[in-house]
Design a protein around this ligand. Structure first.
Ligand code: GCB
Length: 615
């Protein structure tokens, strides 16, 4: 959990000395298998544009009559009369469904960007010898959490989970949980306010109250190594964490056991059983894996596969693979979407990729998507590129911002490293080359390798075009390339820039031959239904032809091993204000916001069908 104040972020946060320092204090891995109370449902809320409810930030301005987190029955106080009065009452405020971004909840909040207070009351038991935690899957962007009037923690970063212990703050009976959610972004946040998507504020993913034994399994990992061995580690927390026997069972295929060391950690290794079925998009086999001690147990559904790069090939389970993918934002279908990713919404999007496009791969851009989506990728069989929003502009020279990026990256890796689907961690998207920026990304790449040496490292780079001996050449001129296992580039020739579409296949590209390449983005806007108007920009025909020509160019790139064009569906973006074609939507989707397929959808699906047949 990061502690910060808006103005003093640089002063209070220092870069870590080791990668281990980045481990969140409590993880509760596989918490979906634990006893818990789901706090989804109706929460009350109160806007606080001037931030008067946070007295530590507003100093003398904030008054107790405005402190939204007070544990007080205001109606009862008012009934008694007297001199005290209040300028909020969360008990009687309007309600909103949580989880979910506030932007779609009511029209007045569609473009609200600031602080909103949420309250949820719940009943709890206090169980002797047990511990209690609140686990938030995501709050965008900053969270200030109070239980029964007492601050229990804060978190920065809109897409990663955090866990706060509430064993002592919890009451038997009624409890009042108050969460201040600040969606404001600035030059020191990740991302900064300059993006191409809607920043969606709120408690966007589930919140659960989880109980564990006094000593509990905090983390457990298991994976298949290149050497054919299954290795893993289990981390206990609590007074009795040392010297415990830990058992691991992989379906009914194999078991292992180990004893925890003085730090509560146990590692285990076994030869992969002959009958082990490897996970792949074609056969997304998951095993029920159970980790247990004498007093605690957790379960997860885990797939086993290897991923590697050899020369310019990407090898899944030792065999070359071509990544037939698409990029995806976290935003459900519909004319008034938000970031409300139910299992149904996520399944609808991933099914279009898997079955509609015959894809085997998805770029989850530009931030860690919901745990629901990651689990579905495992289940449906889609390889995943994962990234954090180190995007376009970042305060590269600021060590506090680098620290935030490394924490976010660690939170993502600890969350998802048991997901077989995740094969690549990206350390950036389209960031202009400079020494400070390259040092920042390099630190991120080193961090990823230290925290997870089993997966590939990439980044979405920009290409440069310039003349060599009178001939125009497209090249990667970025020292960050040296840090990456897989080169990835975003290319928009034929949309941005002055190229005509028929020129695209003849563009000369010069690329390193020793590494695989992915086109991490390419795309063109089209308004669904705008047809038959010549080859004009924003028509479906233009977008379809753009795809044909860009795919023809792709075919000429000898090291190309995958594609994730931009993007599956039109998405909300406040940058896009053309009153005829856009109206607040980025129109590069292969489908409209309501799921109507544009012509280009078929162009890409045909291409992937051919690729799948010839792989
Ligand atoms: C990009 C960005 C993506 C934008 C896209 C566009 O390069 O990575 O976030 O939405 O271009 O539509 O311009």
């Amino acid at each position: 959990v990061l502690h910060f104040g808006p103005a003093d972020a640089a002063a209070t946060v220092t870069p870590p000395t080791t990668h281990a320092d980045l481990r969140p204090a409590v993880l509760l891995t596989a918490s979906q298998s634990r006893d818990s109370v789901d706090l989804s449902g109706q929460w009350t809320y109160s806007k606080d544009l001037y931030r008067t409810g946070l007295n530590d930030i507003n100093g003398w301005v904030a008054k107790s009559r405005m402190q939204r987190y007070r544990d007080i029955d205001i109606a009862a106080q008012e009934a008694k009369g007297g001199v005290e009065f209040f300028e909020f009452d969360l008990d009687r405020s309007a309600q909103m469904n949580i989880p979910g971004a506030w932007n779609a909840a009511t029209p007045t909040l569609r473009y609200y960007d600031g602080l909103v207070w949420f309250q949820r009351k719940f009943n709890a038991r206090k169980e002797q010898g047990k511990r209690a935690f609140l686990r938030f899957e995501a709050v965008n962007y900053r969270a200030y959490v109070y239980l029964n009037g007492k601050e229990i923690g804060r978190h920065e970063g809109g897409f990663t989970p955090f866990v706060l212990e509430v064993t002592d703050a919890l009451r038997a009976g009624d409890n009042r949980l108050t969460v201040g959610v600040d969606s404001t972004h600035d030059a020191q946040t990740i991302p900064t306010p300059i993006t191409d998507w809607d920043l969606y504020g709120g408690i966007t993913r589930p919140v659960r109250l989880i109980t564990t034994p006094a000593t509990f399994i905090d983390d457990a990992t298991v994976s298949l190594g290149q050497d054919g061995r299954i290795t893993g580690a289990v981390q206990l927390q609590g007074a009795q964490a040392a010297g415990q026997l830990v058992k691991v069972a992989i379906g009914d295929l194999a078991t292992a056991s180990a004893t925890t060391d003085a730090n509560g950690r146990a590692v285990f290794a076994l030869a992969a059983p002959g009958k082990l079925q490897r996970w792949s998009p074609d056969s997304p086999k998951l095993y029920d894996v159970r980790f247990s001690t004498a007093t605690d147990a957790i379960r997860d559904r885990i797939g086993f596969r290897t991923i590697a790069v050899k020369g310019n090939e990407i090898l899944l389970n030792g065999k070359p693979i071509f990544l037939r993918g698409i990029s995806l934002h976290e935003e459900e279908f519909g004319s008034n979407p938000a970031r409300n990713m139910t299992e149904q919404a996520s399944r609808a999007l991933l099914s279009e990729i898997k079955h509609g496009l015959n894809g085997n791969y998805v770029r989850l851009s530009h931030y860690p998507h919901s745990e629901t989506t990651l689990r579905l990728a495992d289940e449906i069989g889609l390889l995943v590129w994962s990234e954090i929003p180190v995007y376009w502009t970042v305060d590269w020279e600021n060590p506090a911002v680098l620290h935030k990026a490394l924490v976010m990256q660690a939170e993502t890796i600890y969350r998802d490293r048991n997901r077989a689907a995740v094969v690549m961690w990206s350390v950036g998207n389209e960031t202009p080359v400079s020494p400070a920026r390259t040092a920042f990304h390099s630190a991120m790449a080193d961090n990823v390798r230290a925290l997870d040496p089993t997966r590939l490292v990439s980044a979405a780079l920009l290409v440069e075009r310039h003349k060599v001996n009178g001939e125009e050449v497209t090249e990667i001129q970025d020292p960050l390339a040296d840090k990456l296992d897989v080169l990835a580039v975003n290319t928009y020739a034929g949309w941005y820039g002055g190229d005509t579409l028929d020129a695209l296949p003849n563009l000369k590209w010069k690329l390193p031959t020793d590494r695989p390449l992915i086109l991490s983005e390419f795309g063109a806007d089209a308004l669904a239904g705008y047809r038959n108007d010549g080859m004009k920009k924003f028509t479906e025909e233009y977008q379809a032809e753009y795809y044909r020509q860009t795919l023809a160019l792709a075919e000429k790139l000898p090291t190309l091993r995958g594609l994730s064009p931009w993007i599956l569906k039109d998405f909300q973006s406040p940058r896009r204000e053309h009153p005829v074609f856009q109206n607040g939507w980025n129109r590069k989707g292969l489908m409209s916001e309501t799921g109507v397929r544009k012509q280009a959808f078929g162009v890409l699906a045909d291409y992937y069908n051919r690729k799948a047949g010839t792989k």
